[in-house]
Design a protein. Structure first.
Length: 96
C-alpha cells in the first residue's frame, strides 16, 4: 500500500466520521419510527412514552445535524482561506 499524505488521511477520517453520524441518525430514526408506528394512538393525545421517543429523536437529529454542519463548516472555511490566499498571491504578483 502506498504512503498516504496527511491531507488524504484527514479526508478519510472526516468521511468515516460523517458516515458514522449518518448511520447513527438513520438507525435512530428508523427504530423510533417503527417503535411508534405499530402502536394504536388516540388521535387527540400522544402517549408519554411516544413523547419521550420523539424527544430523543429530536435530540439525536440536532446532534447529528450540528456535527455534520461543523464538519462542513470547517472544510468550507479551509477552502475559502485557500481561495483567498491564492487570490492575494495573484494580485501581489500582478502589482509587482
Amino acid at each position: 500500500m502506498k504512503d498516504l499524505t496527511a491531507e488524504q488521511i484527514e479526508v478519510r477520517v472526516w468521511a468515516i466520521i460523517a458516515l458514522s453520524l449518518t448511520f447513527i441518525l438513520v438507525v435512530s430514526v428508523v427504530s423510533i419510527i417503527l417503535g411508534v408506528l405499530f402502536v394504536e394512538h388516540d388521535m387527540e393525545n400522544i402517549s408519554p412514552i411516544d413523547d419521550k421517543f420523539l424527544s430523543i429523536l429530536k435530540d439525536v437529529m440536532m446532534l447529528s445535524i450540528g456535527a455534520v454542519g461543523g464538519i462542513a463548516g470547517r472544510q468550507g472555511a479551509k477552502a475559502a482561506a485557500t481561495f483567498l490566499r491564492s487570490k492575494n498571491d495573484d494580485s501581489t504578483r500582478a502589482s509587482a
